[in-house]
Write a protein that binds this ligand. Structure first.
Ligand code: G1P
Length: 289
Protein backbone atom coordinates (compact mmCIF):
# COMPACT_ATOMS: atom_id res chain seq x y z
CA UNK A 1 0.00 0.00 0.00
CA UNK A 2 1.41 3.38 -1.01
CA UNK A 3 1.78 5.82 1.93
CA UNK A 4 0.09 9.25 1.98
CA UNK A 5 2.79 11.81 1.30
CA UNK A 6 0.90 14.62 -0.41
CA UNK A 7 -1.98 16.87 0.55
CA UNK A 8 -4.10 19.05 -1.72
CA UNK A 9 -5.29 22.28 -0.08
CA UNK A 10 -7.78 24.33 -2.11
CA UNK A 11 -7.26 28.04 -1.39
CA UNK A 12 -9.01 29.69 -4.34
CA UNK A 13 -12.34 30.39 -2.55
CA UNK A 14 -13.51 34.00 -2.31
CA UNK A 15 -14.31 33.92 1.41
CA UNK A 16 -17.69 35.55 0.87
CA UNK A 17 -18.97 34.48 4.30
CA UNK A 18 -16.29 36.52 6.05
CA UNK A 19 -16.43 39.71 3.96
CA UNK A 20 -15.41 42.50 4.25
CA UNK A 21 -12.39 41.05 6.17
CA UNK A 22 -11.43 39.08 3.06
CA UNK A 23 -11.91 41.85 0.50
CA UNK A 24 -8.17 42.34 0.01
CA UNK A 25 -6.59 39.47 1.95
CA UNK A 26 -7.09 35.75 1.34
CA UNK A 27 -9.32 34.14 3.94
CA UNK A 28 -6.62 31.49 4.44
CA UNK A 29 -4.41 34.24 5.90
CA UNK A 30 -6.95 35.41 8.49
CA UNK A 31 -5.15 35.17 11.80
CA UNK A 32 -6.32 32.72 14.41
CA UNK A 33 -4.61 33.86 17.64
CA UNK A 34 -1.09 34.54 16.29
CA UNK A 35 -0.83 32.76 12.95
CA UNK A 36 -2.84 32.44 9.76
CA UNK A 37 -5.44 29.77 9.26
CA UNK A 38 -3.35 27.99 6.61
CA UNK A 39 -0.56 27.39 9.16
CA UNK A 40 -2.83 25.14 11.23
CA UNK A 41 -3.72 22.98 8.25
CA UNK A 42 -0.10 22.60 7.13
CA UNK A 43 1.01 21.76 10.68
CA UNK A 44 -1.71 19.10 10.89
CA UNK A 45 -0.55 17.64 7.56
CA UNK A 46 3.08 17.59 8.71
CA UNK A 47 2.02 15.77 11.93
CA UNK A 48 0.46 13.13 9.70
CA UNK A 49 3.78 12.49 7.93
CA UNK A 50 2.81 14.41 4.79
CA UNK A 51 5.82 15.82 2.96
CA UNK A 52 4.37 17.85 0.11
CA UNK A 53 1.46 20.32 -0.04
CA UNK A 54 -0.22 21.32 -3.28
CA UNK A 55 -2.09 24.59 -2.93
CA UNK A 56 -4.81 25.15 -5.50
CA UNK A 57 -4.78 28.90 -5.64
CA UNK A 58 -6.47 31.65 -7.65
CA UNK A 59 -6.53 35.35 -8.48
CA UNK A 60 -5.70 37.69 -5.62
CA UNK A 61 -4.18 34.92 -3.50
CA UNK A 62 -0.51 35.76 -4.11
CA UNK A 63 -0.01 36.75 -0.46
CA UNK A 64 -0.25 33.06 0.47
CA UNK A 65 2.83 32.28 -1.63
CA UNK A 66 4.66 35.21 -0.06
CA UNK A 67 3.76 33.95 3.40
CA UNK A 68 5.63 30.69 2.72
CA UNK A 69 8.70 32.47 1.33
CA UNK A 70 11.59 34.34 2.96
CA UNK A 71 10.97 38.01 3.74
CA UNK A 72 14.57 39.18 3.49
CA UNK A 73 14.20 42.77 4.75
CA UNK A 74 12.15 41.60 7.71
CA UNK A 75 14.55 38.78 8.58
CA UNK A 76 17.62 41.02 8.23
CA UNK A 77 16.02 43.70 10.42
CA UNK A 78 15.14 41.15 13.11
CA UNK A 79 18.70 39.77 12.95
CA UNK A 80 20.23 43.25 13.25
CA UNK A 81 18.03 43.93 16.29
CA UNK A 82 18.87 40.51 17.82
CA UNK A 83 15.18 39.59 17.98
CA UNK A 84 16.11 35.92 17.72
CA UNK A 85 12.92 34.47 19.19
CA UNK A 86 10.68 36.24 16.68
CA UNK A 87 13.11 35.35 13.90
CA UNK A 88 12.93 31.68 14.87
CA UNK A 89 9.11 31.84 14.80
CA UNK A 90 9.19 33.40 11.32
CA UNK A 91 11.69 30.84 10.00
CA UNK A 92 9.51 28.00 11.29
CA UNK A 93 6.71 29.13 8.96
CA UNK A 94 8.83 28.54 5.84
CA UNK A 95 8.50 25.04 4.39
CA UNK A 96 11.58 23.21 3.10
CA UNK A 97 12.38 24.26 -0.49
CA UNK A 98 10.39 22.28 -3.02
CA UNK A 99 7.79 20.92 -0.59
CA UNK A 100 4.95 23.27 -1.54
CA UNK A 101 3.59 23.45 -5.09
CA UNK A 102 1.03 25.84 -6.48
CA UNK A 103 -1.45 25.35 -9.26
CA UNK A 104 -4.18 27.77 -10.20
CA UNK A 105 -7.91 27.18 -10.46
CA UNK A 106 -8.80 29.69 -13.14
CA UNK A 107 -12.56 29.70 -12.56
CA UNK A 108 -14.65 29.01 -9.42
CA UNK A 109 -16.27 25.83 -10.72
CA UNK A 110 -16.48 23.95 -7.42
CA UNK A 111 -14.45 21.85 -4.99
CA UNK A 112 -14.28 18.86 -7.37
CA UNK A 113 -12.80 21.08 -10.05
CA UNK A 114 -10.26 22.55 -7.60
CA UNK A 115 -9.03 19.07 -6.64
CA UNK A 116 -8.90 18.03 -10.31
CA UNK A 117 -6.55 20.99 -10.97
CA UNK A 118 -3.92 19.16 -8.86
CA UNK A 119 -4.03 15.92 -10.91
CA UNK A 120 -0.68 16.32 -12.72
CA UNK A 121 1.18 17.08 -9.50
CA UNK A 122 -0.43 14.17 -7.62
CA UNK A 123 0.11 11.66 -10.45
CA UNK A 124 -0.61 8.07 -9.50
CA UNK A 125 -0.41 8.29 -5.71
CA UNK A 126 -3.10 8.26 -3.05
CA UNK A 127 -3.33 11.68 -1.39
CA UNK A 128 -4.99 13.69 1.35
CA UNK A 129 -7.25 16.72 0.93
CA UNK A 130 -7.56 19.36 3.67
CA UNK A 131 -10.03 22.23 3.45
CA UNK A 132 -8.37 25.12 5.25
CA UNK A 133 -11.59 26.72 6.54
CA UNK A 134 -11.86 24.05 9.16
CA UNK A 135 -9.48 23.81 12.10
CA UNK A 136 -9.89 20.46 13.81
CA UNK A 137 -8.88 20.81 17.44
CA UNK A 138 -7.55 17.32 18.02
CA UNK A 139 -4.31 16.01 19.47
CA UNK A 140 -2.54 14.45 17.65
CA UNK A 141 -3.80 16.18 14.48
CA UNK A 142 -6.91 14.50 13.08
CA UNK A 143 -5.29 13.81 9.71
CA UNK A 144 -2.75 11.63 11.52
CA UNK A 145 -5.59 9.58 12.95
CA UNK A 146 -6.97 9.19 9.42
CA UNK A 147 -3.57 8.20 7.98
CA UNK A 148 -3.23 5.60 10.77
CA UNK A 149 -6.71 4.26 9.98
CA UNK A 150 -5.81 4.19 6.28
CA UNK A 151 -2.83 1.94 6.98
CA UNK A 152 -5.42 -0.69 8.09
CA UNK A 153 -8.33 -0.02 5.74
CA UNK A 154 -6.64 1.17 2.53
CA UNK A 155 -9.04 2.66 -0.01
CA UNK A 156 -10.58 6.06 0.64
CA UNK A 157 -11.52 7.86 3.84
CA UNK A 158 -13.54 10.91 4.78
CA UNK A 159 -13.73 12.59 8.19
CA UNK A 160 -17.24 12.97 9.62
CA UNK A 161 -19.11 14.29 12.64
CA UNK A 162 -22.74 14.03 13.70
CA UNK A 163 -24.85 17.15 13.17
CA UNK A 164 -28.53 17.92 13.84
CA UNK A 165 -30.60 16.54 10.95
CA UNK A 166 -31.81 20.03 10.01
CA UNK A 167 -28.21 20.98 9.11
CA UNK A 168 -27.60 18.30 6.45
CA UNK A 169 -28.26 20.69 3.55
CA UNK A 170 -25.05 22.60 4.38
CA UNK A 171 -22.73 19.61 3.92
CA UNK A 172 -21.82 16.37 2.21
CA UNK A 173 -23.58 13.54 4.08
CA UNK A 174 -22.60 9.85 4.12
CA UNK A 175 -24.67 6.68 3.84
CA UNK A 176 -23.22 4.53 6.64
CA UNK A 177 -23.03 0.75 6.91
CA UNK A 178 -21.23 -1.11 9.67
CA UNK A 179 -19.41 0.76 12.46
CA UNK A 180 -16.27 -0.51 14.20
CA UNK A 181 -14.98 1.88 16.86
CA UNK A 182 -14.74 5.27 15.18
CA UNK A 183 -14.67 3.81 11.65
CA UNK A 184 -17.82 3.43 9.58
CA UNK A 185 -18.03 1.56 6.31
CA UNK A 186 -19.83 3.61 3.68
CA UNK A 187 -22.15 2.76 0.83
CA UNK A 188 -22.28 6.23 -0.67
CA UNK A 189 -22.69 9.91 0.01
CA UNK A 190 -24.70 12.88 -1.18
CA UNK A 191 -23.89 16.59 -1.35
CA UNK A 192 -26.10 18.99 0.59
CA UNK A 193 -29.25 16.83 0.89
CA UNK A 194 -32.46 18.17 2.39
CA UNK A 195 -33.00 16.59 5.84
CA UNK A 196 -35.79 14.39 4.43
CA UNK A 197 -33.39 12.96 1.80
CA UNK A 198 -30.29 12.69 3.99
CA UNK A 199 -28.96 9.12 4.32
CA UNK A 200 -27.74 9.91 7.88
CA UNK A 201 -26.73 12.84 10.06
CA UNK A 202 -22.98 12.20 9.61
CA UNK A 203 -21.66 15.22 7.74
CA UNK A 204 -18.34 15.26 5.91
CA UNK A 205 -15.61 17.41 7.48
CA UNK A 206 -12.94 18.88 5.19
CA UNK A 207 -10.41 16.05 5.56
CA UNK A 208 -10.15 13.24 3.01
CA UNK A 209 -7.81 10.46 1.86
CA UNK A 210 -8.40 9.58 -1.77
CA UNK A 211 -7.11 7.20 -4.42
CA UNK A 212 -5.90 8.73 -7.70
CA UNK A 213 -8.77 7.04 -9.62
CA UNK A 214 -10.91 9.98 -8.42
CA UNK A 215 -9.30 12.13 -11.13
CA UNK A 216 -10.79 10.25 -14.09
CA UNK A 217 -14.24 10.78 -12.52
CA UNK A 218 -13.62 14.47 -11.81
CA UNK A 219 -12.43 14.78 -15.41
CA UNK A 220 -16.05 14.38 -16.56
CA UNK A 221 -16.76 17.79 -14.95
CA UNK A 222 -20.40 16.94 -14.25
CA UNK A 223 -22.22 19.61 -12.26
CA UNK A 224 -24.09 18.79 -9.06
CA UNK A 225 -25.51 20.69 -6.08
CA UNK A 226 -25.45 24.46 -6.57
CA UNK A 227 -24.42 24.01 -10.23
CA UNK A 228 -20.83 23.21 -9.10
CA UNK A 229 -18.50 20.31 -9.88
CA UNK A 230 -18.75 18.54 -6.54
CA UNK A 231 -16.06 16.30 -5.07
CA UNK A 232 -18.79 14.38 -3.22
CA UNK A 233 -20.43 13.28 -6.51
CA UNK A 234 -17.21 11.76 -7.87
CA UNK A 235 -16.46 10.14 -4.51
CA UNK A 236 -19.95 8.63 -4.55
CA UNK A 237 -19.30 7.11 -7.99
CA UNK A 238 -15.88 5.85 -6.85
CA UNK A 239 -17.56 4.26 -3.82
CA UNK A 240 -19.22 1.76 -6.18
CA UNK A 241 -15.73 0.50 -7.17
CA UNK A 242 -13.57 1.09 -4.10
CA UNK A 243 -13.92 0.98 -0.32
CA UNK A 244 -14.77 4.18 1.55
CA UNK A 245 -14.63 4.54 5.32
CA UNK A 246 -15.77 7.45 7.43
CA UNK A 247 -13.56 8.35 10.36
CA UNK A 248 -15.67 9.87 13.15
CA UNK A 249 -13.99 12.95 14.61
CA UNK A 250 -14.29 13.47 18.36
CA UNK A 251 -12.44 16.81 18.36
CA UNK A 252 -14.04 20.25 18.09
CA UNK A 253 -14.28 21.58 14.54
CA UNK A 254 -14.00 25.33 14.04
CA UNK A 255 -15.49 26.59 10.77
CA UNK A 256 -13.27 29.62 10.24
CA UNK A 257 -14.98 30.34 6.92
CA UNK A 258 -17.84 31.85 8.96
CA UNK A 259 -17.59 34.91 11.21
CA UNK A 260 -18.92 33.15 14.31
CA UNK A 261 -16.77 30.04 13.73
CA UNK A 262 -13.66 32.20 13.30
CA UNK A 263 -14.40 34.09 16.51
CA UNK A 264 -14.96 30.85 18.42
CA UNK A 265 -11.67 29.44 17.09
CA UNK A 266 -9.83 32.52 18.36
CA UNK A 267 -11.40 32.17 21.79
CA UNK A 268 -10.87 28.40 22.07
CA UNK A 269 -7.27 28.46 20.84
CA UNK A 270 -6.54 31.71 22.69
CA UNK A 271 -7.56 30.08 25.99
CA UNK A 272 -5.28 27.14 25.09
CA UNK A 273 -2.27 29.36 24.35
CA UNK A 274 0.65 28.45 26.66
CA UNK A 275 1.96 32.03 26.80
CA UNK A 276 -1.16 34.06 27.60
CA UNK A 277 -4.03 31.52 27.78
CA UNK A 278 -4.57 31.98 31.55
CA UNK A 279 -4.77 35.79 31.27
CA UNK A 280 -7.05 35.55 28.26
CA UNK A 281 -9.30 33.06 29.98
CA UNK A 282 -9.61 35.41 33.00
CA UNK A 283 -10.49 38.24 30.60
CA UNK A 284 -13.22 36.14 28.92
CA UNK A 285 -14.69 35.20 32.31
CA UNK A 286 -14.71 38.87 33.31
CA UNK A 287 -16.39 39.89 30.05
CA UNK A 288 -19.11 37.26 30.29
CA UNK A 289 -20.01 37.75 33.99
C1 G1P B 1 -17.50 21.27 1.08
C2 G1P B 1 -17.91 19.87 0.62
C3 G1P B 1 -18.87 19.24 1.63
C4 G1P B 1 -18.25 19.24 3.02
C5 G1P B 1 -17.80 20.65 3.39
C6 G1P B 1 -16.99 20.60 4.68
O1 G1P B 1 -18.65 22.10 1.03
O2 G1P B 1 -18.48 19.96 -0.65
O3 G1P B 1 -19.17 17.93 1.24
O4 G1P B 1 -19.18 18.75 3.95
O5 G1P B 1 -16.96 21.24 2.39
O6 G1P B 1 -16.61 21.87 5.06
P1 G1P B 1 -18.57 23.70 1.00
O7 G1P B 1 -18.26 24.14 2.39
O8 G1P B 1 -17.46 24.06 0.05
O9 G1P B 1 -19.91 24.15 0.53
Amino acid sequence: MKPIKKVVIPVAGLGTRVLPATKSIPKELLPVVDRPLIDYVLAEARDAGIEHAILVTGRGKGAIEDYFDHAFELEETLKAKSKTDILKDIEATIPKAGTVSYTRQQAPLGLGHAIWCARDIIGDDPFAVSLPDEIVAHRPGFLKQMVDAYSKTGGNLVAVEEVPLEDTSKYGVIAPKERTGNLVEMTGMVEKPKPADAPSNFRIIGRYILQPEIFSLLEKQEKGAGGEIQLTDSMNTLNAQQAFHACICDGTIHDCGSKLGWLKANVALGIDNPEFGADFSAFISEMTK
